[in-house]
Design a protein around this ligand. Sequence first.
Ligand code: FPP
Length: 225
Amino acid sequence: MDGNGRWAKKRFLPRFFGHKQGVEAVVKIVQACIDREVEFLTVFAFSSENWKRPSDEVSGLMGLVLAAVSRYLARMGAMGVRIRVIGDREAVSVKLRQAWDEAEASTQHNTKLTLSVAFNYGGRWDIVQACQSAIKAGVQPAELTEACLSEYMALSHAPDPDLFIRTGGEMRISNFLLWQVAYTEFVFSDCLWPEFGEVQLDAAIGLFRQRDRRFGGTAPALAGV
Ligand code: FPP
């Protein structure tokens, strides 16, 4: 969800307003995904590296996310959204941890769409924590297959993504789902995240549909979306 800061700057507003508008874009895209029968959506809300930002931006983002949970949790529940939070919860405030716990518990039986919010998340962190969890569970080296390790990854409740969309014009992965995107299709959009809506989503899905997915083989596989 890149481009919030630039969206605000273009309007001579503080960066915080870009993030605020970014939350509204998330809500709209969740509904758009439900309308298109997309069952899993994962958004990158705060990376392990975002702590490097100025402290007022970091605390602004923390407050914004807390406010978003209290403002939109009931609506998400009514929409049939199951919320999961992936990332290292140790470093976030007790208040935010409690909000995540409540969001997950109150939506756990919903089935329309699983919204995974990556918060204080990094793909490298995920691989390391999965290895640590497997070791703690007593998995022996010979048993540690790809399928086994996948069970310990933060996104084990979801299939590997079919489509990865990065907004804001940058063409890099920035430590997002490194393990899970082995055969994901990438779409990079110049659109700034607060302006990303149904039109841009359909354009990305359209590009996805044109891709020839062979998963390392020679025959095209059936597309998932
Ligand atoms: C990147 O844009 C955006 C972020 C680091 C924060 C994204 C977070 C939200 C939209 C809040 C989501 C909240 C919930 C509850 C899902 P940037 O600041 O790097 O933009 P720039 O590249 O234009 O500076």
